[in-house]
Design a protein around this ligand. Sequence first.
Ligand SMILES: [Zn+2]
Length: 254
Amino acid sequence: MVVAHPDDDAYGVAAVVALHLADPEFRFFLVHATDGEGGAIAEGSGATRETLGAVRRVEDANAWRVVGRSPYRHEWFGYPDGGVPDVPFDELVDRVATVLGEERPDVVATFGPDGITGHPDHIRIGEAATAAFLRFAGDGGPGFRRLVYGVIRQSVIDRWNQRRVKAGLTAWDPDTVYHLRGVPDERIDIDIDTTGVALLVRRAMQEHRTQWNDMNNPEATEEQRVKSVSRETQVIAWPPVRPSRVLTDVFEDL
Ligand SMILES: [Zn+2]
C-alpha cells in the first residue's frame, strides 16, 4: 500500500490485512510519503510538534502489531507533511517505482483522484503510485495485476451528512479540502464485508493516540464507529476493464 500519512493505513487496508491473517501466502508492504509531523497532537498523547513525526511512526507500528501482522517492508520517504505536491513529481514516481519494482506486488492500493478528503498529499501520492504502477503493469513479469483506490461510497457519505446536519454540523462538502467525499455507488468495484474484523480494526486505530480525535469521531457512538469500519470499498483503477460484478476481496479473480 502506498499512502501519505501514518493513519492513512489505519482505515480499510488494516481490515484487508486482518481478513488475510490466516493466509500463509499473504504479505504486504507499506510506503509512507511523510511522517505526518504536521498533524494534530491529541491532549495526553505525550507528543510535541518536534517529536510528532517520530511518535507517529511508532504509533503506526503499534497499530499493525494489534492487527496481528506487520508489513514485511516499510518505507518512510520522510517528505514534509503537507509538502508532497512540492516534491518533483518524477522524483516521487521514481522512489515509489523503485519499491514496487523490487517487490512486484499482485495488488497495489493507494488513493484515487478524490484523495478521500481532497488532501493534496493524498492526491499526489495516489498519482505517483499510479504512474509507478503503470511502468510495470502488463510488462509480462510477475505481479502488478490490480491497482485499487480506496473510496467511500456516496450513499454512506449521504448518511453521515444527515447525521451531521441533525447534530448541527455542516455537511461534508466535496469541494472543500479536508472534507470527506464519496464516489457514486455504481462505481464501486470491490465491496468487502469487514464486520468480522471491525473490532480489531477499531483497537488498532486506538494506537494512533496523537490522532485521537480523528480516530474517535465525537459525533458518532462507538457502535457507529465500528459500523464505519465494517465495510471497505474500492474502485479498480487497473486493469482498465471493470469486472462484470462487484468483487468481495481485493484478490478475487486474480
Ligand atoms: Zn492522510
